[in-house]
Ligand binder design. Structure first.
Ligand code: ADP
Ligand code: MG
Length: 673
């Protein structure tokens, strides 16, 4: 089995999920299961839990009020229910054609017009007999459906070597089941296994996987730490005059929290080992100035600094801000991005290579092989979770072992960060600069969409600007795009005399930048966007944000989005539109975002509700993280893993390496990053 031979589009989606080797598929375990082994009569089907029913379509029509939706009536021998779809492909209407017998999987709820299923899974009934095993539901990404993923995983289970990495002598005293039967069971459990053991991950098969994962983390933590201490980095210990000058030129003073983290960074820079510090701070907490002051230290000591951001929009904002700060101090800031013309790019690359550019700001263009630095002392990476390990590694190859400062607004609770980010030191800015106007958050039912559109008109009349964020549709990127295009059209029609712009992930960088620039200049008053605007955009005049289908988004993501407003002096409002009826989980999650403004608190509660594996950013961090184990709940397993790790490193190195290779194949790379 060779994943490299798969079509490019499919491959890139797998990579997005971190699935690179066939073995990664083996370790891609279900988030939950659906029970399609049992068919319920509609009258007897329990409410509030997903069930499988089968019936004949009596009617099916597209309705337009309060918004476009497809409504079908389906009945079986004893009962009937409504099926409601808010986003749908035209092909669904064929599936739900009158007279067809369909199998529906979903939660039955009491709706306005009787019992209903919203967005059930729909299949033709005669397609297959009932399943024998529970249906796994895997974490996935846009454009990759469950069936495709399950098929690949089945193949991987067949082709991969599933033999145990751990010798019987290690396993037996732990009384854990063997690896092979554990993964097989978790990918396709029989219905007789109590559901709670699977969902709460207490089944012995889960215990085994968690133990293996914790063991790999322990092994890698120990080896990584030792490796970093062996590398040397420039000692950066200037007088601090440049930083003092920059500080004196600012119209504000640092907050206490900024001062504290700056001290931590300055202290790292004078050590002869490469700093690897993660600077965490909520959106708007002022990370940029801290990074700039750290850059001052390196520049004054005669070293170069590189600053990278994940998107061109964001990188350009940094460039503008840093140029404004540094130019008066006589320090040249060089811009390097993919969109730069050939000649300008050559000059920028030359400046970096000759050492004549003290500070280079740009996008991942900086990672390219053609870019080298004469004397790189400090590399700063903004929104670091957006960059992969390979890119961070490329950076290190740009000259020696520079100190690294990574910045992130993705709130990761401290305890979690310390274990997930294994060998990183963490600094937290836990205070916002004074004088911000708090953002008011409102939860509004989608049925009141018209009202919200009027509210937008009123805001624009006051001279303000508005973001409208379209829902994330996991199943289909194309559908997400369509929703954005539809909304853009609707708003353009209804908001007469106002300019409504549109940005989405499929647009070219230059096009996106153009729309953003027009929005910044207030030539566009309402910006319809997919979630591409999540990171870093700064338009202080925007004071209203509407987020559609808020119930589908991650809480940290909602929090980040919300942080795009409330940046100026105007009172700001964030409207979270949701679709009724809301499930219990969705309700409690929206309550969290409604009641809290602190990103860290939101992340903590989100983790409580959903488990850590789901936190945005954690997965992409590239450092050994825990997908399955829970540091608190599995404290006993962790303790055992710690002891076994010690033993393996001391006495069974080949076993330790074998185990690491299975769980953390990029480990050699990680050690260098
Ligand atoms: P983020 O942490 O989200 O990257 P920024 O660094 O972009 O935040 O800072 C947000 C805004 O706050 C910027 O306009 C910045 O100049 C301003 N700012 C930063 N620190 C302070 C401070 N101590 N007092 C007042 N304003 C500040
Ligand atoms: Mg920022």
């Amino acid at each position: 089995m060779d994943l490299a031979a798969l079509p490019e589009a499919l491959k890139s989606r797998l990579i997005k999920l971190g699935l690179i080797r066939p073995f990664d598929l083996v370790l891609h375990l279900p988030l939950r299961y659906e029970d399609e082994t049992h068919l319920y009569p509609m009258v007897d089907a329990p409410m509030g839990q997903p069930v499988l029913v089968e019936g004949t379509v009596e009617s099916c029509e597209v309705q337009y009020k309060p918004r476009k939706q497809l409504v079908a009536r389906v009945s079986d021998a004893g009962g009937s229910l409504n099926v409601r779809l808010l986003n749908f492909y035209p092909s669904v209407a064929k599936q739900l054609a009158v007279g067809k017998t369909v199998r529906l999987y979903g939660e039955i709820r009491r709706g306005f017009l009787g019992d209903e299923m919203v967005h059930p899974k729909i299949r033709a009934a005669n397609e297959q007999s009932l399943n024998e095993a529970l249906t796994p539901v895997y974490p996935t990404t846009a454009g990759l459906n469950q069936l495709q993923l399950a098929k690949l995983i089945r193949l991987a289970l067949k082709h991969c070597d599933l033999r145990d990495t751990l010798p019987a002598g290690v396993l037996e005293p732990l009384s854990l089941p063997d690896f092979s039967s554990s993964v097989r069971l978790l990918h396709s459990p029989t219905p007789d296994i109590p559901h709670s053991l699977l969902t709460e991950r207490t089944h012995p098969a889960w215990q085994r996987l968690k133990f293996d994962e914790l063991l790999a983390q322990q092994l890698s933590l120990r080896t990584a730490h030792a490796a970093r201490r062996e590398r040397t980095a420039p000692v950066i210990a200037p007088e601090g005059e440049l930083a003092a000058k920059l500080l004196a030129s600012l119209p504000f003073a640092l907050t206490g929290a900024q001062g504290k983290v700056l001290k931590e960074i300055t202290h790292d820079l004078i050590l002869p080992h490469p700093m690897q510090r993660l600077l965490q701070g909520d959106v708007g907490s002022g990370k940029t100035i801290v990074a700039a002051l750290a850059a001052c230290q390196a520049i004054e000591a005669g070293y170069q600094v590189a600053l990278m951001a994940p998107t061109e929009i964001l990188a350009e904002q940094h460039f503008n801000k840093l140029s404004a700060w540094f130019a008066p101090l006589g320090i040249k800031v060089v811009w390097l991005a993919g969109s730069l013309g050939a000649k300008a790019k050559r000059l920028a690359i030359e400046d970096a290579a000759l050492g004549t550019a003290p500070l280079v700001v740009g996008t991942h263009a900086i990672f390219q092989a053609s870019v080298t630095f004469a004397k790189l002392g400090l590399a700063i990476v903004d929104e670091q979770h957006r960059f992969g390990v390979a890119q961070r590694l490329a950076l290190r190859e740009k000259g020696g072992s520079p100190h690294q400062l990574m910045m992130s607004a993705t709130p990761i609770p401290r305890t979690l960060a310390m274990s997930y980010y294994a060998d990183l030191d963490v600094s937290v800015i836990d205070e916002l600069p004074p004088g911000r106007t708090p953002i008011v958050t409102k939860l509004v039912s989608d049925a009141r969409r018209d009202e919200i559109i009027q509210r937008i008109a009123a805001k624009v009349e006051e001279g303000r600007q508005v973001y409208w964020v379209c829902p994330l549709i996991e199943e289909s990127e194309a559908l997400q795009l369509q929703t954005a295009v539809d909304t853009h059209q609707q708003l353009t029609e209804e908001l007469e005399g106002m300019v409504v712009g549109l940005v989405h992930g499929r647009m070219k960088t230059a096009e996106k930048a153009e729309v953003m620039a027009a929005f910044l200049r207030n030539e566009v008053q309402v910006l319809v966007a997919t979630t591409v605007i999540e990171v870093g955009v700064d338009v202080p005049n925007a004071s209203l944000m509407v987020i559609e289908h808020a119930e589908r988004m991650g809480l940290s993501q909602l929090h980040q989005l919300r942080g795009r407003v409330g940046r100026g002096a105007h009172a700001s409002l964030c409207v979270l539109l949701y679709t009724t009826p809301l499930g219990e989980l969705a309700k409690s999650r929206l309550r969290v975002i409604y009641e809290n403004t602190d990103g860290f608190e939101i992340a903590r509660q989100d983790m409580e509700i959903r488990g850590p594996g789901e936190l945005a950013g954690v997965r992409q961090s590239g450092v050994p993280m825990l997908r399955f184990a829970d540091l608190e709940k599995d404290a006993d397993l962790l303790e055992e893993a710690r002891l076994v790790a010690e033993d393996l490193l001391a006495h069974h190195m080949p076993t330790a390496l074998l185990h690491l290779d299975r769980w953390l194949p990029g480990r050699e790379m990680l050690l260098k990053v």
